[in-house]
Design a protein around this ligand. Structure first.
Ligand code: KG4
Ligand code: ZN
Length: 341
């Protein structure tokens, strides 16, 4: 089954084709970074309008890259939520309309399930049960994955998501949007230990996170030390160490609490090199299996939506002809795959 995947939940337009026997056949990604740069963040109306301009030609290009015509599409998967409603409606509208016109099934994919299952696109894919750390711009969650579609929330952020903390901290240090990757790049030049920030909520039991206090700590350090040579990089490194260390501590706790021996990490912050290195050390020490998608599939992309949608469509799940757009959507409310019930 060849599934066309469409992602337009925020500021990336992604299109891909996932073949349930051959895997990823083609993918295209366009990032709106330059469009939103002057505003220091995503402007929802501009995002929607740009998706309208880019999406249809990208679908054509992606199918051409796959050596396919429209008639070869066996199903359509589009991001139905969570995300910006106007942006979602662009992908959902085109996806549902294409499926109707081609008389193939369509499915509205949960964006975070797309992220969560992205490590399964890689060779030697892990199989449930496992623990998943999902760290993106809007969410930070630890989940127990008993089967595809059967997710139990173990912990989540009480305030800022990990990516949001990166972005807001970068902004207060004067770094350009999108801040997370810029802050991580600056941290690479910094010396560890010069600025030490708290590891929030690690001094008590539990698997929830809280990252909003960290940016206040960084702001105070930044105001006091900003004129010292190397201070920006050292503060960035201190912040990155605090956040990645906290995530690693909670991951180890979640593995101990569930007894699972595999950790899967996904979402934009999963591209962070420090987090990847820290968790790789922990995996060697504690002897658990660690799985990441390649960095390009940690951040938003169409491949993960085509893949997650293909798993559901192949199991016989589909939405009707209605356009499914759901800006707020609880991941644990998804129906499990029939085979996993
Ligand atoms: O998953 P994603 O692309 O979009 C959402 O679903 O939110 O995640 C984007 C988030 C942003 O907050 C971005 O700053 C962060 O992931 N991010 C990073 C890195 N690359 C992306 N944060 C830290 N280090 C990185 N290398
Ligand atoms: Zn995302």
């Amino acid at each position: 089954m060849r599934v066309l995947g469409i992602e337009t939940s925020c500021d990336e337009t992604g299109v891909a084709v996932w073949d349930t026997t051959r895997g990823l056949v083609a993918h295209r990604l366009y990032s709106q970074t330059d469009l939103h740069l002057a505003y220091g963040g995503v402007v929802p109306e501009l995002a929607s309008r740009d998706h309208v301009l880019k999406l249809t030609p990208m679908v054509r290009e992606c199918l051409a890259e796959a050596g396919m015509g429209m008639a070869d599409v066996d199903g359509v998967a589009y991001t139905a939520g969570p995300g910006l409603v106007g942006a979602l409606l662009v992908g959902a509208g085109l996806g549902a309309a294409l499926a109707y016109a081609l008389d193939v099934p369509a499915i509205g994919v949960h964006h975070m399930e797309g992220h969560l299952l992205a490590p399964l696109m890689e060779p030697d894919a892990p199989a449930p049960p496992f623990v998943a750390l999902l760290v993106s711009g809007g969410h930070s969650m630890l989940l127990a994955v008993e089967a595809i579609g059967r997710y139990t929330l173990l912990g989540e952020t009480l305030d800022d998501a990990a990516g949001e903390a990166f972005d807001k901290t970068a902004k207060l240090m004067g770094l350009p949007y999108p801040g997370g990757p810029a802050l991580a790049a600056l941290a690479e030049q910094g010396t560890p230990g010069r600025h030490v920030f708290a590891r929030p909520m690690t001094d008590r039991p539990g698997l929830d996170f809280s990252f909003s206090g960290l940016k206040t700590q960084v702001l105070l350090a930044w105001q006091r030390h900003r004129d010292e040579p190397g201070a920006a990089a050292d503060i960035a490194r201190g912040f990155e160490d605090a956040i990645t260390d906290t995530l690693a501590i909670k991951c180890r706790r979640a593995l101990a609490a569930t007894g699972h021996r595999t950790l899967v990490v996904a979402g934009g912050v999963g591209a962070n090199r420090r987090l990847r290195a820290l968790l790789a050390d922990a995996a060697r020490r504690d002897r658990f299996r660690l799985c990441f998608p390649r960095p390009a599939f940690c951040t938003d992309n169409g491949a993960m939506i085509a893949h997650a949608g293909a798993l559901r469509l192949a199991a016989g799940l589909a939405d009707g002809i209605a356009v499914h757009a759901q800006p707020r959507w609880d991941l644990t409310s998804l129906p499990p795959l029939p085979t996993a019930a």
